[in-house]
Design a protein. Structure first.
Length: 591
């Protein structure tokens, strides 16, 4: 949780100093003498000499020389550390970890005493940033780290992730802590409760990056630290002198706040930078690398959380759970198959590791909303510049890998646009996206400081007009409707934002009807419009609905035309084959 950030700062600095002193303070005097002799010999070597002595595969990827440069003291240190880790410690890594954990156990009481106030002052602003809306305040009344020190169970030098001029170390950490942490919470309705955080269990991989390498002690300018992987996090919440279950939703909100704070404040690619030597380390900070466009289309078959009536679902969507970067959809009342068709935009810092999270809630008015289910999609699965259409199954907890209960599905369209390749990407959500920076400057006018904010704010107001041609080709494997084992199907077509409805002819006594009929629709707002097709069985006394298909127009706008077969929602079986074609008119922004 947030207090881990402060704890990691102390540990990171400690590890940095240990690494810096690792060879200088060797427990074996013979090795010290041998290393001193080796360093002296290295100091007299040129690059050519070193390459005669060692083949290229012995050089880590982060060691780079100029043609005539002598090996610097910094390079001496890290080469020796690298070779020692890879040859000496690889055969006896447990000895190193036991020594390191023993040292950490000895200094832990001092770390606890020194860090508690520092953590408290640093973490409270983080909790405030992630605080749920049902709480008016969330502060610490008591915070100590306890008597149990974290234990490191594995260490790896990561060459491929180090980059030029740095060394990356991954440390696997386990902590079954006994801290004394009490949170003072105050709800919007004025209820005050002291909540104790107990029984903390944590396992994860903690990443340290020593960068940049320099020629003065301790051989690196700064340490970046991050939680590379969160394998497990367990804790319990208990009201001091009371029962937290008496306030529905508060326990879940606090737990969600703690997990969100971990997820976003210290989890990779987010990194904390600790300067060791004076200098400008802004180049180590996390920077945007692209934009993710998200269309929240719909959900289906949601679990009903209401005793009377149906749930009132809404969605919360985010890449990082910062309050100002989290998007919330509109509420669809009394509906288990809501249609939102809303567009959102997110800044991406690392497409290889970040993911999009969707949480579906049931709105409960003045009470805390109840979670229906959540889902995630990794951005590494997206092809830059290509829209991906996905249906995601909802689960109760993303940290639990198995969740057999069916909670419904959510439908998304995703488009990742990396910076620097705008001219090669056709982005239907932003007609200016293909413009060069110079063209954007000309269009927005020089000195327009708010041009980028205005551009982002206007994306949801992009208007695309055109004519949509829909050919209803055929259907297959329709369910039996009448007593004769057949059906008399026809299709009703409509646009969601207009009242216009068109329908095919009726095909009598067929479960595999063929229509081959084409219908044209004038579309006023292509990005926010939806095509709905409903298949009915014709009856003398009326009609019976078989199933339906709901489509956005994103794909046809991008591709111009395409053919595809779609399963029928709400039907026991069956699918329908369509051909869609788009004839664009002009594109403009709604003022």
């Amino acid at each position: 949780m947030g207090f881990m950030s402060g704890m990691f700062i102390g540990i990171a600095i400690g590890i940095g100093l240990i690494v810096a002193f690792a060879r200088h303070e060797s427990v074996r005097s013979k090795r010290r003498k041998d290393l001193a002799k080796t360093i002296a010999e290295f100091a007299r070597m040129t690059v050519e000499d070193s390459r005669k002595l060692l083949p290229p595969n012995f050089y880590p990827s982060w060691v780079v020389f100029t043609r005539r440069q002598k090996l610097s003291s910094c390079t001496h240190f890290f080469l020796i550390t690298y070779w020692t880790f890879n040859f000496d410690l690889a055969s006896d890594i447990n000895l190193f970890l036991n020594w390191f954990n023993s040292l950490l156990n000895k200094i832990w009481p001092y770390v606890n005493e020194a860090a508690s106030e520092l953590i408290k002052s640093n973490v409270e602003p983080i909790l405030e940033e992630y605080k749920p809306v049902i709480l008016s305040s969330l502060t610490f009344s008591k915070l100590t780290l306890g008597t149990v020190a974290p234990q490191f169970t594995g260490v790896t030098i990561v060459e491929e992730d180090s980059g030029a001029g740095g060394v990356t170390m991954d440390l696997e950490m386990q902590w079954d802590g006994n801290p004394n942490i009490v949170l003072d919470i105050k709800t919007k309705v004025g209820v005050k409760l002291p909540v104790q955080v107990k029984n903390i269990g944590f396992t994860g991989v903690f990443r340290l990056i020593f960068k940049p390498l320099v020629n003065e002690f301790p051989a690196f300018g700064a340490i970046c630290f991050s939680l590379k992987e969160k394998k497990d996090l367990d804790f319990t919440l208990k009201v001091v002198g009371g029962d937290l279950s008496s306030l529905p939703g508060v326990s879940d909100a606090i737990e969600e706040t703690i997990r969100d704070a971990i997820e976003d404040s210290i989890t990779w690619p987010v990194r904390q930078i600790i300067p060791i030597l004076p200098g400008d380390y802004s180049n180590l900070e996390l920077k945007p690398v692209g934009i993710l466009e998200v269309k929240l289309v719909q959900a289906k078959n949601l679990s009903n959380k209401d005793v009377i009536g149906k749930s009132d679902p809404y969605a919360v969507v985010f890449v990082r759970p910062l309050r100002d970067r989290t998007k919330t959809s509109k509420i669809i009342n009394n509906q288990l198959n809501p249609i939102w068709n809303e567009n959102f935009e997110f800044i991406i810092e690392d497409a290889s590791t970040q993911h999009l999270t969707v949480r579906i809630f049931d709105d409960e008015g003045i009470q805390a909303s109840e979670l229906i289910g959540c889902a995630q999609v990794s951005l590494k699965d997206l092809e830059p510049g290509k829209v991906k259409d996905v249906w995601l199954h909802l689960v109760k907890d993303l940290a639990v890998h198995r969740d057999n209960k069916y909670r419904g599905e959510v439908h998304l369209e995703l488009l990742y646009c990396p910076f620097g390749v705008e001219n090669s990407i056709k982005n239907p959500f932003d007609p200016d996206f293909s413009l060069t920076s110079f063209e954007k400057t000309l269009k927005s006018g020089p000195g327009d400081a708010e041009a980028e904010d205005t551009r982002t704010r206007r994306r949801s107001n992009v208007i695309i007009r055109g004519v949509l041609s829909v050919t209803v080709i055929s259907a297959e494997d329709l369910p039996v409707v009448d007593l004769m084992g057949k059906a008399d199907p026809f299709v009703v077509l409509m646009l969601k934002k207009t009242d216009k409805k068109l329908k095919t002819r009726v095909v009598n006594e067929s479960l595999n009807p063929v229509w081959n009929q084409t219908f044209d629709f004038v579309v006023e707002d292509g990005l926010h419009e939806m095509l709905i097709l409903e298949v009915y069985d014709h009856d003398t006394f009326g009609k019976e609905k078989i199933g339906r298909v709901i489509l956005t127009l994103t794909k046809v706008i991008l591709e111009g035309e395409y053919s595809e077969t779609f399963p029928l929602d709400g039907a026991k079986s069956g699918n329908i084959s369509l051909h869609l074609k788009w004839a664009a008119q002009h594109k403009f922004r709604d003022p």
